[in-house]
Design a binder for this molecule. Structure first.
Ligand SMILES: Cc1ncc(COP(=O)(O)O)c(C=O)c1O
Length: 400
């Protein structure tokens, strides 16, 4: 696809032209057709909630689940919609019963709130929580698998890791890690927040016990859409966070369709009373939008822009790249270690106030990180602008 077509595709996004949004890693903007569809559904919800929730929503929900399952390479009867990946991981963490004594094992690069989620689960169950260090700038996925192998002990009951690390964009070999853990009887929970649409994803092949992710980042569905995929043998191990109308399920037909547009088994954990689930219902439109551009083209475009980030920001002396270059270890987020002494709030303000640039910033004990996300709608000009203004903004953000 040439530049003019990418410009046209960008024009189909709800995207503030005054802003260089290089932070899809936090939240994705919405394509216009997806926004229009979700608005149409919300219009009906507002004017005739009874008709929408009781008559229209069940069919739309069934259809959305089928589409998302197909996109993920999974089975719709194992796919639970959630508001976000936080809900998906909490659903698992609050209902898993693990043998004590023992430990929950995490990498040292997990998203802060998810680390807390497992900290609470460990406290409640009398388990230890242990983190281990991932290799810095690995050259080969095998180095990462070795780090997991070395970290696992006979005490490990549950292993939690991100498929794509939030601070650095490193892509972990999820399938190999899950196989390693499975061989030792360890429950695997994967945080796939960034994976759908950014990298090719086949949830069945990964083989995690639980795989949670967001549709409102790289897949560009409206905010409020995520999922939890149940691995084989894990269909009935969870308890709902809210007891609602899915609770008294029909155990004779667990995978049969119910009046909510789910199966009995899924509604047990998914249905949480009356709420606006329109973001789930338009996931098919979000998939279709990028499918029309072509996944290969999108991923090629993301990579070209990511290389541009790597090259242009790499020329700034004080920044050290923190995302490995091999294609199997990285996707569309490139991170750089910032020099010591920079105030992150001042850096964010310095980029936003005069320049309207959005990037990701992560506070870490081993050195703060700046992360640049590149989706298809970003441009080389936006990256060039960031590279041009960044040295000056960093100088202005040095702590006095
Ligand atoms: C790895 C990872 N996990 C979890 C989350 C939380 O996402 P949400 O707030 O959409 O649940 C994020 C958000 O950036 C993330 O990067």
């Amino acid at each position: 696809m040439d530049d003019a077509r990418w410009q046209a595709a960008r024009g189909d996004m709800m995207y503030d032209p005054e802003v260089a949004n290089l932070n899809t890693g936090s939240f994705g903007p919405t394509p216009r057709p997806v926004f229009e569809r979700v608005t149409e559904l919300r219009h009906r919800l507002a004017e005739e909630p009874m008709d929408f929730i009781v008559r229209r929503q069940p069919e739309l929900l069934w259809n959305a689940r089928e589409h998302l399952a197909r996109f993920l390479g999974g089975d719709s009867r194992r796919l639970i919609f959630t508001a976000n990946v936080t809900s998906a991981i909490n659903l698992v963490a609050s209902s898993m019963r693990l043998a004590s004594p023992g430990e929950i094992l995490l990498t040292d690069h997990e998203y802060g709130a998810m680390h807390w989620c497992w900290e609470r689960a460990a406290e409640r169950q009398g388990l230890k929580l242990r983190t281990f260090a991932l290799p810095i700038l690995p050259n080969d996925p095998a180095e990462i698998v070795t780090a997991f192998r070395d970290a696992i002990t006979t005490e490990t009951r549950l292993l939690f890791f991100s498929h794509v690390l939030s601070p650095t964009g490193l892509v972990l070999p999820a399938r190999e890690i899950c196989a390693l853990a499975k061989g030792r009887g360890i429950v695997t929970v994967v945080d796939g927040a960034h994976a759908p649409a950014m990298i090719p994803l086949d949830v069945k092949a990964i083989g995690a016990d639980y795989y949670g992710a967001n549709c409102h980042k790289w897949l560009l569905a409206p905010i409020g859409s995520g999922f939890l995929y149940l691995g084989a043998g894990n269909e009935d191990r969870l308890q709902p966070l809210q007891v609602s109308w899915g609770w008294r399920r029909d155990f004779t037909k667990p995978d049969g369709r119910n009046e909510l547009g789910s199966t009995h088994r899924i509604a047990f954990v998914e249905h949480e009373g009356t709420r606006d689930i329109c973001p789930w219902l338009v996931v098919p439109e979000a998939i279709a939008f990028q499918e029309a551009l072509g996944w290969d083209s999108i991923r090629r475009r993301m990579r070209e822009l990511a290389s541009c980030v790597r090259q242009q920001l790499g020329e700034i002396d004080s920044l050290k790249v923190a995302t490995p270059a091999p294609t199997e270890l990285s996707g569309a987020m490139i991170a750089f270690r910032l020099p010591a002494g920079i105030d992150l709030a001042a850096l964010r303000k310095g980029l936003w106030d005069p320049h309207r640039i959005e990037i990701g910033l992560h506070e870490r004990r081993d050195g703060n990180l700046l992360r640049v996300s590149t989706h298809f709608y970003n441009t080389a000009e936006e990256i060039g602008k960031l590279a041009r203004v960044l040295p000056g903004v960093m100088a202005g953000a040095v702590r006095s």
